[in-house]
Design a protein. Sequence first.
Length: 183
Amino acid sequence: MLQTFETDRLILRERTLEDMENCVEMDRDLEVVKYIPEIVELINGPSSNQIKHKDFIRKRIETIYPKGLGYWTVESKDNDKKFIGWILLIPIDNIGPDIEIGWRLKQKYWGKGYATEAARVILQHALNNVELEKIVADIHYLNQGSKKVAKKIGLKLESPKEDNTNNYLRYSIYKNQQVLSKY
């Protein structure tokens, strides 16, 4: 079971199957998944169907990750605990060895600092509690929002991935670097 975290505005709790419909709804917004071809194909491609999409999400929820790693649902801290999105800290491509931090939020919550607030807490958890030496985020070069979040929490542009055909940039932070604490 993953640790639950609270910030001034958010609750980050372990993602469960009860979050399935919220995740599916969020992924159906093509603007939200624009830079994630795997999801776009599931929801909008020639082989698209709800069962495959839900199976994909179910597999990610049910995977047993190493201690301290997994997916957190991000909810508003107010009384109705609105689903905002999720944040992950998992072995990259589910196999590692690199550990990836990533986030996906419903579009109506973009630009309000929620991704930065949630990512900062999980990054601090990764470096202080899980004691990981390095965290990475592979971000599509056109995804300005995610690049801004990565920079705001202290990740630095490493270099494009060796396979430049996929248009992703690698951001990273090492244990001895400081997680930025200001928005």
